[in-house]
Design a protein around this ligand. Structure first.
Ligand code: 3PG
Ligand code: CO
Length: 499
């Protein structure tokens, strides 16, 4: 019979404080010049590796080991923290969507039936990340969804794209838009009026997380719903090419654009009676847009117009808020996570990171649930991130502040688990700036040092781990491991996570 009560550990004494550090995007790779962790001065991490060989080991954080579809899927923060927090492996969103599409069950579920009601008179809008990164979404799933929706009665479809360059190579967005346009042309031949209606770069339009910057979501709302954006183009391929050339923005930061017809009219704002699907399966960067699309009461920005739509997420993104209320595929049922066990066993927890990773050690850790299990037993502290900058401008981020909070929590004696996420190697690694990522890795190492000293002072126990790799390899390589060069002889920078 199930019980929340945990048995005492066979060897470890009771009542010790455990310091738990997740280094975001910190992996193992060959020590060469593109391994920023190797190049950086990281004495704290080096001493752990050298000083305790019996307690230092590699863990797999990608592919099937964390519930992803294939061994080629790099790890990511959602699946990494879900697995760490639950202590178990779940079949994750990416795979659940694959299965639902392959069996066709996605088109028979409650969520699809709900949006289908709008197909006769309304437009179906699909909003999401356009790439094959497999972290937040996958283009092959989008194409299957387009095909299936049209076979199930959608006559008018508009796609609102978000370009990637973060989970995939920068510049690859053009190819993805071309692939999408081909599929839309197929649909056209079959009598479906299907087009791209708007777009923008994922880090600048729509995909903010943990309420770091509502302006990002607002820009998306203006382009997707109101049909207003600073740039107008006749087609999406031209849009992406021109914006990359003329505004000097990369895929992650393309400014918002809308597609217009010969008369300069936006081809597909979101109107009363339409259906909307956000096709990302990953939760963190969809929660904010889901709120804007779904909540009657909303005060983060002026929506100007709030159309009456039928909205469904690819998945339900927040299990506690039940957001969105309609979804095409049920999310993994992550239950009885470690955090919930701790509150049932009288273990007090302190969790901390800065805004951009705060939800990783709370929301993801707790199985994609927001809030506390028991506020009397837990304290979650969010340190505001710098906003409006890319993190290569301030690579130390808030590592010192996070470490100080953890140190104080440890020394206070009030908590028995103190867990943090140190974001530097991941967030700066994603910018592709190698020089500065080295600085970032050192900053994370300084954070580790401070927390370990506090743990030693109280005679506690520490666990230092990572959610997935990133900064340990910053270059795209061929099969033999040699760096790949572009046509100008420059190395191809790897902004994404690794295996
Ligand atoms: C992001 O959302 O920033 C990237 O796609 C993945 O990074 P994360 O998994 O480390 O958050
Ligand atoms: Co990352």
């Amino acid at each position: 019979e199930f019980s929340w009560k945990l048995k005492d550990h066979p060897k470890l004494p009771k009542g010790k404080t455990v310091g738990l550090i997740v280094l975001d995007g910190w992996g193992e790779a060959n020590p060469d010049q593109y391994n920023c962790i190797h190049v950086a001065q990281t004495p704290a991490m080096d001493s752990l590796k050298q000083g305790a060989p019996d307690r230092w080991r590699l863990v797999r954080a990608h592919g099937k080991a964390v519930g992803l579809p294939t061994e080629d899927d790099m790890g990511n923060s959602e699946v990494g923290h879900n697995a760490l927090g639950a202590g178990r492996i779940y079949v994750q969103g990416a795979k659940l969507v694959d299965l639902a599409l392959a069996s066709g069950k996605i088109f028979e579920g409650e969520g699809f039936k709900y949006i289908k009601e709008s197909f006769k008179t309304g437009t179906l809008h699909l909003i999401g990340l356009l790439s094959d990164g497999g972290v937040h979404s996958r283009i092959d799933q989008l194409l299957l969804l387009l095909k299936g929706a049209s076979e199930h009665g959608a006559k008018r479809i508009r796609v609102h794209i978000l370009t990637d360059g973060r989970d995939v190579l920068d510049g690859s967005s053009i190819g993805f838009v071309e692939t999408l346009e081909e599929e839309l042309a197929h649909l056209h031949e079959k009598g479906v009026d299907a087009q791209v209606a708007s777009g923008g770069g994922r880090m600048y339009v729509t995909m903010d997380r943990y309420e770091n910057d509502w302006d990002v979501v607002k820009r998306g709302w203006y382009a997707q719903v109101l049909g207003e954006a600073p740039y107008k183009f006749k087609n999406a391929i031209e849009a992406v090419k021109k914006l990359r050339e003329e505004t000097n923005a990369n895929d992650q930061y393309l400014p918002p654009f809308v597609i217009v017809d010969e008369n300069g009219k936006h081809v597909g704002p979101i109107e009363d009676g339409d259906a909307v699907v956000t096709f990302n399966f990953r939760a963190d960067r969809m929660v904010m847009i889901a709120k804007v699309l779904e909540y009657e009461d909303f005060d983060k920005f002026d929506r100007v117009r709030f159309p009456k739509i039928r909205y469904a997420g690819m998945l339900q993104y927040d299990g506690e808020l039940k957001l969105p209320s309609h979804y095409l595929v049920s999310p993994p049922d992550i239950e009885r996570t470690s955090g919930e066990y701790l509150v049932h066993n009288g273990v007090r927890t302190f969790a901390c990171s800065e805004t951009v990773k705060f939800g990783h050690v709370t929301f993801f850790w707790n199985g994609n649930r927001s809030g506390y299990f028991n506020p009397e037993m837990e304290e979650y502290v969010e340190i505001p991130s710098d906003s409006g900058i890319t993190f290569n401008v301030k690579p130390k981020m808030k590592a010192l502040e996070i470490a100080e909070k953890a140190r104080d929590a440890i020394l206070s004696g009030k908590f028995h688990q103190v867990r943090v996420n140190l974001p530097n190697s991941d967030m700066v690694g994603h910018t592709g700036d190698i020089e500065v990522t080295i600085v970032a890795c050192k900053a994370a190492d300084d954070g580790v040092k401070m927390i370990l000293e506090a743990i030693e002072q109280v005679g506690g126990i520490y666990v230092v781990t990572a959610d997935h790799g990133n900064a340990e390899d910053m270059v795209k390589r061929d099969k033999s491991g040699k760096p790949l060069l572009d046509k100008n002889g420059n190395i191809q920078i790897l902004t994404s996570h690794t295996l």
